[in-house]
Design a protein around this ligand. Structure first.
Ligand code: TRP
Length: 332
């Protein structure tokens, strides 16, 4: 609780260009909490360096992610928008929570296994302890609710376990957070390989639709999307390509599977893919326009970062001091 409101926290990494998976699974839903909750939305640059980043690109994407937050409808007056490395308490609590996170737990994280496969030459300790830093992000703000895509569910459960463990040892310290996984936020899959998650780092550019893609690219990518040898637009077991397109269409239009099936009855996949592309491009157009306006105004973005960091740091400090006292650190 913060000023009588429950707390929402979420984060997006400034690594790679953001995809419609990031948009539908997370960012799009963030603004729905702004009135009822005290919301913290963070650009998690400390997490991003668990894989090698080109410094100039990391910096550019940090601005871009913040601009996208705002473009997607997050008013900086109503939400605390900030950059993780601007609030040192994240790194500090991250270290402390490392000491309450078990090697075995971290070894079971599927994202770690995935990422270490993809980055076999750089399986660093940060990649391994990534989830305890994420727990620190969340627990610092006494967060009640964490809106995330379904791929983060395992990390969130670990954050709950860490909170419960610490509370058990040192008496109530952290709020144990709940996850909020949006109904339509089922995983958005690759357009080329619909059994794999749509990933911003995919080498095949046709498999991934980026939030900032222009309309031609969006239409082209959907046109090429893998379906199956059938022709019926129907949500069914095993039709991974069609199911994925239906999920995307549902998320962009708010229509149900039944409505979509009726809409495309007797029409082929070609029509359907075109409609998904149109719905996607039309929804993103105003977000892109606002993004372009914001990204040209670095001074404004920096003022948002500065204010966000200040108000986040104030809240984070309170939790951090509590933890330091409980652990037995000398506080001056
Ligand atoms: N791990 C999240 C992702 O890759 C990003 C993240 C970092 C996060 N810290 C967080 C999400 C705290 C929610 C809450 O998507």
């Amino acid at each position: 609780m913060l000023n009588g409101k429950k707390v929402v926290f979420s984060g997006v990494q400034p690594s790679g260009n953001l995809t419609i998976g990031n948009y539908l699974g997370a960012i799009k839903n963030f603004s729905t909490f702004s009135e009822e909750y005290h919301c913290f939305y963070c650009v998690v640059d400390l997490h991003a360096i668990t894989v090698r980043q080109v410094p100039a690109e990391l910096r550019r994407r940090t601005y871009e992610t913040l601009a996208l937050y705002i473009a997607a409808g997050l008013d900086p007056q109503k939400n605390t928008l900030f950059v993780q490395s601007h609030v040192p308490a994240h790194a500090e609590l991250g270290w402390m929570l490392d000491c309450f996170t078990m090697f075995g737990e971290l070894s079971r994280m599927t994202q770690f296994k995935d990422k270490s496969q993809k980055n076999a030459d750089n399986i660093n300790a940060g990649l391994f302890t990534y989830p305890s830093l994420m727990a620190a992000d969340i627990l610092l703000y006494q967060t009640d609710l964490v809106p995330v895509g379904i791929d983060q569910k395992q990390h969130l459960e670990l954050a709950r376990d860490i909170a419960g463990r610490f509370n058990g040892l040192y008496s109530d310290t952290f709020t144990v957070p709940e996850g909020y996984i949006p109904q339509t936020g089922m995983k958005i899959m690759s357009l080329a390989e619909p059994t794999a998650k749509m990933s911003k780092s995919d080498k095949n550019q046709n498999a991934v639709v980026y939030i900032l893609d222009n309309k031609d690219d969006i239409l082209r990518k959907f046109k090429r999307a893998v379906t199956d040898s059938g022709s019926e637009v129907r949500y069914a077991e095993g039709k991974d390509g069609v199911n994925n397109l239906m999920t995307i269409y549902r998320a962009f239009t708010g229509k149900s599977n039944e409505e979509i099936e009726r809409e495309f009855e007797g029409r082929g996949y070609g029509d359907f893919k075109m409609a998904v592309g149109e719905a996607c491009a039309d929804t993103l157009a105003p977000v892109q326009a606002e993004f372009n306006r914001l990204i040209a105004d670095k001074a404004y973005l920096e003022s948002v970062m500065r204010e966000g960091a200040q108000s986040a740091a104030y809240c984070a400090r309170k939790t951090l001091s509590k933890v330091q006292r409980k652990l037995g650190f000398v506080t001056l």
